[in-house]
Design a protein around this ligand. Structure first.
Ligand SMILES: [Zn+2]
Length: 223
């Protein structure tokens, strides 16, 4: 069952890009989806994305442990994080995907949290956790990584803004030159503007909870 619920626990605020649930404010363009590699979740993930009318409208990166795997593994990996960001960069700048939402998908009972999390205390806690505690552990990882994704997006946008200004200056008074390059320089800035980051946790029955929604959001979504 695909279902989005409000997550009621407190904590620091989420990234400011996603203040509405995906049900209230659905993705209207393309999505980049990060998931765990877990074979038990494939059909439920597709079902959830289809329920959001995202059939054939998302690119997917799958790595063991989802946001935790991207950030840190045991032993720490310096490879996985660039893999994710290289894919985000390629999707937008090379493949021109018009991605305006990044979905970070976690799932309960994740083997990577049990065996690959670098913090043995969290590994033990996770191994003996109930649903609420597991969700909290996933939320902490997802929230941290959501901020990193937001920072990366902002950095890319600023880089293209710098290129835009440089192109303007290099054309000087030559209006034909500016006419030739203006549109493409502007498109590159626009491609990294207004991208929202949302994070979720799915249970093994395929029920999905969007995490860190502000109070008052219409949160339930059932197929
Ligand atoms: Zn997993």
């Amino acid at each position: 069952m695909a279902k989005i619920r409000q997550y009621k626990e407190g904590g620091p605020p989420p990234p400011p890009h996603r203040l509405a649930s995906v049900f209230d404010d659905p993705a209207r363009n393309k999505v980049l989806l990060l998931t765990c590699m877990d074979q038990r979740l494939l059909d439920d993930t597709v079902r959830f994305m289809n329920a959001l009318n995202l059939h054939n409208r998302y690119d997917q990166v799958a790595l063991a442990g989802g946001t935790m795997g991207v950030q840190r593994l045991n032993p720490p990996s310096s490879v996985w994080q660039p893999v994710f960001f290289d894919h985000l960069h390629a999707a937008i700048d090379v493949l021109h995907r018009q991605i305006k939402d990044v979905f970070l998908f976690e799932h309960l009972d994740c083997g990577a949290y049990r065996y690959l999390h670098p913090d043995t205390t969290i590994r033990d806690r996770y191994s003996n956790a109930d649903r609420l505690v597991m969700t909290e552990i996933h939320r902490n990882e997802a929230r941290k990584f959501a901020w990193e994704v937001a920072d990366f997006i902002n950095t890319q946008r600023r880089l293209h803004e710098t290129d835009f200004r440089a192109a303007r200056e290099s054309c000087g008074a030559d209006s034909d030159c500016w006419d030739r390059v203006k549109e493409s320089a502007k498109q590159k800035v626009d491609a990294w503007t207004n991208i929202r980051v949302s994070y979720f946790v799915m249970d093994l029955l395929g029920e999905v909870t969007q995490l860190d929604l502000p109070a008052g959001q219409r949160a339930a979504f059932e197929r």
